[in-house]
Ligand binder design. Structure first.
Ligand code: UFG
Length: 336
């Protein structure tokens, strides 16, 4: 099978590309290289293209035809929640505009299979009783333009299914972490683990945003998923598109288990050997106390389950981080 992966040079995309290549699929990557790294696509063909530009429809149609693409995995998107609140029009142009161009090109070229990277950000601040998991039927209620764009794209995918028979499936990612290979670590410093690694290797202590949440240790709980497990879910989702019985088009991808910010930082201290004495700061606006996925649908229907836990995420994140960003020769305190 030949697969077009948009955003295939990025952190998650590069893991998907590598797994596809390992199983013998041909891969073409389209990426604007705004955050992706060209070397990370391996032997895949790489086309440098911003999907939101006017010329994108014709260019994409040409690529789909030239490489006889069978299916598209659409990962390319802007993903910074805070930035999306500052530049909503640009986020819509990038994420929804790019998606619209891709759909048009797929329809023109007669490519009818799409796997779309959605996000738990579509749920927003769910009003659930403590301990209750988020199912795909929990009402979406995004609280950021970023989350809105992901939800709109899910709707567009569904509408294209009705209008011209697109076979679409969306994966709602929870909190992605770790590295499947040390050279494919997350190059951005936007989420808890990279931010904490940056602090620790710069001689600072990580900051916890709020320890007064209604959780066991008072810090926010999230569902952390290893990027390689997530990438494997993409392959399962792609295979699902070949099935005639497809009862659902949206799946959560998580572990079904929550970890608090403190849990993550303790695990990171164990992985790195750093002494951990985090600073407690005030709450970050827009953070729900707990977001944990119900993963029964993806387990039952796609036959996918996570196999890597938090320790593998922090260990692999550290293995990827240390060679690039350097670690002091002598680690503070608990280092051996
Ligand atoms: N946090 C800290 N200190 C930091 C950074 C983060 O305490 O220095 C906390 C946050 O307050 C939050 C948790 O760590 O409670 C995780 O924060 P991240 O910024 O890593 O991730 P978010 O849960 O805010 O969001 C991430 C992605 C979104 C996605 C969401 C899905 O960035 O795109 O997971 O759950 F939608």
């Amino acid at each position: 099978m030949t697969v077009l992966v948009t955003g295939g040079a990025g952190y998650i995309g590069a893991h998907v590309v590598r797994l596809l290549q390992e199983r013998g699929d041909s891969v073409v990557v389209v990426d604007d290289l705004s955050s992706g790294i060209a070397e990370h696509v391996g032997s895949a063909a790489l086309v440098h293209l911003d999907l939101s530009t006017q010329e994108a429809v014709d260019k994409l149609e040409g690529i789909l035809n030239e490489y006889s693409v069978d299916a598209v995995i659409h990962i390319a998107a802007k993903k910074q929640v805070g930035e999306s609140a500052e530049r909503p029009a640009w986020y819509y142009a990038q994420n929804v505009g790019g998606f619209s161009h891709l759909l048009q090109a797929m329809q023109n070229a007669g490519v009818d299979k799409m796997m779309f990277s959605s996000s738990a950000a579509t749920y927003g601040l769910p009003n659930l009783p403590p301990g209750q998991l988020l199912t795909e039927d929990t009402a979406p209620n995004p609280i950021s333009p970023y989350g809105e764009t992901k939800l709109v794209c899910e709707w567009m995918m569904r509408a294209a299914g009705k209008a011209w028979g697109l076979r679409g499936v969306g994966l709602r990612y929870f909190n992605v972490a770790g590295a499947g290979w040390p050279e494919l670590g997350d190059p951005a410093v936007m989420n808890l683990i990279p931010i904490a690694l940056k602090a620790l290797t710069s001689g600072r202590q990580p900051v916890i945003f709020g320890q007064d949440y209604p959780t066991e240790d008072g810090t926010c709980i999230r569902d952390y998923i290893h990027v390689l497990d997530l990438a494997e879910a993409h392959l399962k989702a792609l295979d699902y598109l070949g099935r005639d019985d497809r009862p659902y088009d949206i799946f959560n991808v998580g572990t079904g288990t929550g970890s608090s910010v403190l849990d993550v930082l303790k695990q990171l201290a164990a992985s790195t050997g750093y002494d951990l004495q985090p600073t407690i700061a005030g709450r970050r606006p827009g953070d729900p106390a707990a977001l944990v996925a119900d993963v029964s649908r993806i387990q039952d229907v796609l036959g996918w389950k996570f196999t890597r836990g938090l320790a593998e995420m922090t260990d692999s994140a550290w293995e990827a981080w240390a060679p690039v960003h350097g670690a002091p020769a002598v680690l503070p305190a608990s280092a051996g």
